[in-house]
Ligand binder design. Structure first.
Ligand code: SF4
Length: 405
């Protein structure tokens, strides 16, 4: 979302998109620091770009700048611009200087929305930034600061604008959306926002992003059940299925609580889907802990699994923990969970056969169901229109086939 916003601002500075790296005068990189690999890849990318086009200027912004701007300069970046002044990146470039802001001097919520109707039927709206949960493995709270939200009324007005512009799916995004509203004067919440969004007139749907299980309340689940304006697809990070490891991770729920909430969703909304992130190889994760994770995943009836190997981030609590897990063991555990993830996805796909879905058509006669499956349609459908579809079968590429009814 923020990258698109930067691109839009660039137009005001008379920049336009270059057709290739070789032809670019300036390359902007919006970086990530969530894993060690992300920062390594960033440095490799900068070196590669400089080889391809030695005279172009490279400006880097995003979390990696606040994490280690020296490393990025060393890799060859001409400008580094703190995450907190990323929307002023062109001012830094014009002034020919870096802009590195210490975390305690960060300013405000930077509004951003990504909406390019030519490319997408879906619009992203940034409603929240920052996190103070300090999960022991996570560097984000150090880089993005305290939770900050946009006022609920403003979010609703922005959504209405997007709907008026013809968007049929809106994705409110943030670093920790479950904390939405708590810092605002109106003391709104994710529930009050979703309730107000579902009351907006028009033909559209809202797709929620990641929510922590302890912030996914019964009233929010009931709201999703009661309306077709909020997609029945929940992304609920699990991270570990072992209560011992969850405690060491400073997560605020037990494995049993996670299972209970997942079951509640499936009981109330039988065709809802659940996606989850899991980290394997957290320091001290034994074979027994890992097996508990496998059981928790199975018991929670998760449909989409995203598996990550633990990545050590110096500066976090976990980085100083003993009993680090070897790369070989982490890779093997990730392999096992990815295989389980494939099985779960196939099961979820097969459950859709024979069901009716409302699909938002995109290009090439494909579209998405509200519970987040890709459907290949039998007939051509107008892009950005909802069509009612009966699911005929499962395709080898992990999509569904559907007949328009
Ligand atoms: S909730 Fe935990 S994992 Fe998510 S951003 Fe905050 S600290 Fe990181």
């Amino acid at each position: 979302v923020e990258s698109e916003k930067i691109f839009e601002i660039g137009k005001d500075f008379s920049h336009s998109k270059a057709s290739s790296v070789e032809e670019a005068d300036l390359v902007l990189i919006n970086s990530c620091a969530v894993t060690e690999r992300a920062v390594k890849k960033l440095c490799g990318l900068i070196k590669n770009l400089k080889k391809k086009n030695p005279i172009c200027k490279i400006a880097v912004t995003g979390c990696a700048v606040d994490y280690d701007n020296k490393k990025i300069k060393l890799a060859g970046a001409d400008y580094v611009v703190s995450n907190f002044s990323k929307l002023d990146i062109f001012d830094s470039i014009n002034a020919d200087e870096d802009s590195v802001i210490p975390i305690d001097q960060k300013e405000f919520f930077q509004e951003a929305k990504a909406a390019d109707k030519e490319k997408h039927t879906r619009a992203f709206l940034k409603i929240q930034d920052g996190c103070d949960a300090f999960c022991s493995y996570c560097i984000i709270p150090f880089l993005r600061g305290e939770p900050v939200s946009m006022e609920q009324d403003k979010c609703i007005n922005e959504m209405k604008e997007l709907i008026k512009d013809g968007y049929k799916e809106i994705v409110p995004v943030g670093i920790h959306v479950g904390k939405f509203g708590q810092d605002t004067e109106s003391k709104s919440s994710l529930y009050t926002l979703m309730k107000a969004a579902s009351d907006i007139e028009g033909e559209f749907r809202i797709r929620m992003t990641s929510i922590e299980t302890n912030e996914l309340t019964g009233e929010l689940i009931d709201l999703v059940k009661s309306t077709d304006k909020i997609c029945s697809h929940f992304h609920i990070p699990l991270q570990s299925g072992s209560t011992d490891i969850l405690k060491k991770m400073n997560r605020r729920y037990t494995a049993d609580e996670y299972i209970l909430n997942a079951k509640k969703i499936k009981q109330k909304i039988p065709n809802a889907t659940i996606g989850a992130d899991v980290i394997v190889g957290f320091p001290g994760e034994t074979e027994e802990h890992f097996n508990e994770t496998v059981s928790t995943i199975k018991d929670s009836d998760i449909d989409f699994l995203h598996v990550f190997q633990y990545s050590d981030r110096p500066g976090t609590k976990a980085s100083n923990m003993p009993d680090k897990i070897s790369g070989v063991v982490k890779a093997e555990r990730a392999r096992i969970l990815r295989a389980l993830g494939d099985e779960l996805k196939i099961r979820a796909l097969e459950r859709q056969v024979g069901l009716k879905h409302r699909v938002l058509a995109e290009k090439d006669n494909k579209g998405f169901t509200d519970n987040y499956f890709t459907v290949k349609l039998n007939l051509s459908a107008k892009r950005n229109e909802f069509v009612n579809v009966k699911i005929r079968g499962v395709n080898e590429d992990g999509s569904l086939s559907g007949d328009i009814i």
